[in-house]
Design a protein around this ligand. Structure first.
Ligand SMILES: Cc1cc2nc3c(=O)[nH]c(=O)nc-3n(C[C@H](O)[C@H](O)[C@H](O)COP(=O)(O)OP(=O)(O)OC[C@H]3O[C@@H](n4cnc5c(N)ncnc54)[C@H](O)[C@@H]3O)c2cc1C
Ligand SMILES: NC(=O)c1ccc[n+]([C@@H]2O[C@H](COP(=O)([O-])OP(=O)(O)OC[C@H]3O[C@@H](n4cnc5c(N)ncnc54)[C@H](O)[C@@H]3O)[C@@H](O)[C@H]2O)c1
Length: 463
């Protein structure tokens, strides 16, 4: 029988849902071990998600902006050397892995073990790694095992790449395809479509639902779709029938509604049809509750087993990196409080951005949700057509829509489509979290000439 290591906190996974808690509790003097199959800290955000996809996206955004600037004295069409784009992406990933290794080295009481963790009982975990099995007995556990790619099952789907093939370190895709067909019109499909179109690839996107970005506010999505480059071919309500290999790449057969089957040819295909939570082996066997969106946890991140917390993508509450980080800290605070729920995750103040070109972002209450829940609201609106920064950049489409509680004019939420949306949503989110009112926003002297001026101007339509 191997030794059982006694620890205060054990995390399954070492991504954004794990390491903020691990660092906090290790610095507080607790014995902490993180286990991750990758053997490094950072999870999928750095391995194949947020950071690498946005490293490629920013190059594409620069090229799109350069093309728009061509009437104003800059050469228009920049050539793209995609191998160097990938090299940049890989370098950012490596730099961040090095940075995280240095951060780990500063906290000697924190250990990271490489291997797959599984529950033996509600306090005991086995980790299967290169050196065989190690066992840990933990007072507290955070399950932070994240999510993984869903691969669709249509015939020939294995011919298609996925987001890992595009964005992992040393990825499968190293050359820019001349044409790309993407299955799935969610976050990853639409972000990838707009970035590769901006890099010069001919892009078709096939979405099975009646609209792309389903589940997001319909007015915001409609405004965004009106601003996407019409050169991106988007087919909605389409059923994929099969994919085949051709001399020049792939052929995807699909049908829209009841119409006759059609085919799209492309050099490469990508599937982006969602992610599913990864529940560690043994969790259900020890009585842990799992629902359709992953491990069932409340907003204090506690599961049905009081000393086991679940944070990040694995609980399906808000599958975003910054939500994972916040939930990790919520779990840590509640563990430090002896299992009492002294802290809770607030899903009503989480900024979200779809990093398309242009961007769309929202936080808190949005019109569709307000209608669905019967919540009354009044709106303040600012069009980027009037905005000095938008005019300077030639990006005058879209605008800011803020939702306020009638009477008190407390800010409940907002949507932004267009210039700097991903940055503006942070300011609006902080105002929602801080329970600010239209008057507070109207009186704040946002900087000129930046798009944030629009936040105050939208509020001033009501006070
Ligand atoms: C292409 C792409 C782009 C994205 N872009 C954004 C973005 O711009 N902004 C944003 O906020 N979010 C983005 N996301 C989502 C973001 O990556 C996730 O929300 C975030 O990584 C969740 O963190 P996590 O710690 O919960 O899980 P993960 O990052 O998935 O980490 C879980 C870790 O646990 C490990 N693990 C799993 N099971 C076990 C086990 N049994 N034993 C040991 N280890 C295990 C996994 O290997 C993994 O390293 C993107 C995702 C993708 C795929
Ligand atoms: N900017 C961000 O914050 C960001 C960026 C990328 C990913 N993410 C995270 O990653 C998750 C996964 O992203 P995703 O884009 O893979 O999933 P998603 O759930 O956002 O979208 C999947 C889309 O694929 C469609 N679909 C499913 N099966 C299909 C089929 N057979 N044919 C055609 N369409 C089909 C769905 O209707 C849906 O529109 C997101 O939910 C999000 O949590 C976040």
């Amino acid at each position: 029988m191997s030794t059982v290591h006694e620890v205060d906190l054990f995390t399954i996974g070492a991504g954004g849902a794990a390491y903020p808690a691990a660092f906090l509790l290790a610095r507080a003097g607790l014995r902490v071990v993180m286990a991750d199959t990758k053997g490094v800290m950072s999870g999928n955000c750095l391995a194949e998600g947020c950071v690498p996809s946005k490293s490629v996206r920013e190059v594409a955004a620069h090229r799109a902006r350069q093309r728009r600037f061509s009437p104003w004295g800059l050469p228009g069409e920049l050539p793209v050397d995609y191998r160097k784009v990938v090299a940049h992406k890989d370098r950012v990933q490596k730099d961040r892995y090095d940075q995280h290794a240095r951060e780990m080295a500063e906290v000697p009481s924190l250990r990271l073990v490489a291997g797959r963790a599984r529950f033996l009982d509600d306090h005991t975990i086995a980790v299967e790694g290169n050196r065989g099995e190690e066992r840990y007995r933990a007072r507290h556990i955070i399950v932070a095992s994240g999510s993984d790619i869903v691969r669709p099952s249509f015939p020939g789907a294995d011919l298609f790449l996925d987001s890992r093939d595009f964005f992992a370190l040393n990825p499968v895709l190293t050359e820019r395809p001349s044409s790309l067909v993407i299955v799935g019109g969610g976050y990853i499909g639409l972000e990838t479509a707009t970035m590769f179109h901006a890099l010069g690839t001919e892009v078709s996107l096939i979405e099975k639902g009646p609209r792309v970005l389903s589940g997001m506010d319909s007015a915001m999505v409609k405004e965004l779709c009106g601003l996407l480059d019409p050169g991106i071919r988007i087919l909605r309500g389409a059923t994929v029938l099969k994919a085949e290999k051709t001399d020049s790449g792939v052929a995807l057969h699909y049908r829209v509604g009841e119409s006759s089957p059609e085919v799209v040819h492309a050099e490469k295909g990508m599937v982006a049809v969602g992610r599913r939570p990864v529940v560690p082996e043994g969790f259900e066997g020890i009585g842990g509750e799992v629902g359709p969106h992953g491990i069932v946890a409340d907003l204090s991140c506690q599961t049905s087993i009081p000393h086991i917390y679940a944070a990040g993508d694995v609980n399906g509450i808000s599958p975003l990196f910054h939500s994972a980080v916040r939930q990790s800290l919520v779990a840590a605070h509640n563990i430090l409080a002896g299992g009492r729920a002294v802290d809770a995750f607030n899903p009503a103040a989480v900024p979200v951005t779809v990093f398309t070109l242009p961007e769309a972002a929202w936080v808190g209450l949005v019109p569709d949700e307000a209608h669905r829940r019967g919540i009354p609201f009044v709106t303040g609106r600012y069009d980027f057509a009037e905005d000095s920064r938008a005019q300077i950049l030639g990006e005058t489409g879209g605008g800011i829509t803020l939702l306020f509680e009638p009477g008190s004019l407390r800010l409940l939420g907002g949507t932004i489509v267009g210039v700097d949306a991903a940055s503006l949503v942070g300011e609006i989110g902080l105002a929602v979290a801080g329970r600010l009112t239209a008057r507070d926003l109207a009186h704040f002297p946002d900087q000129h000439p930046m798009a944030a001026e629009g936040v105050g101007k939208a509020a001033r339509t009501l006070v």
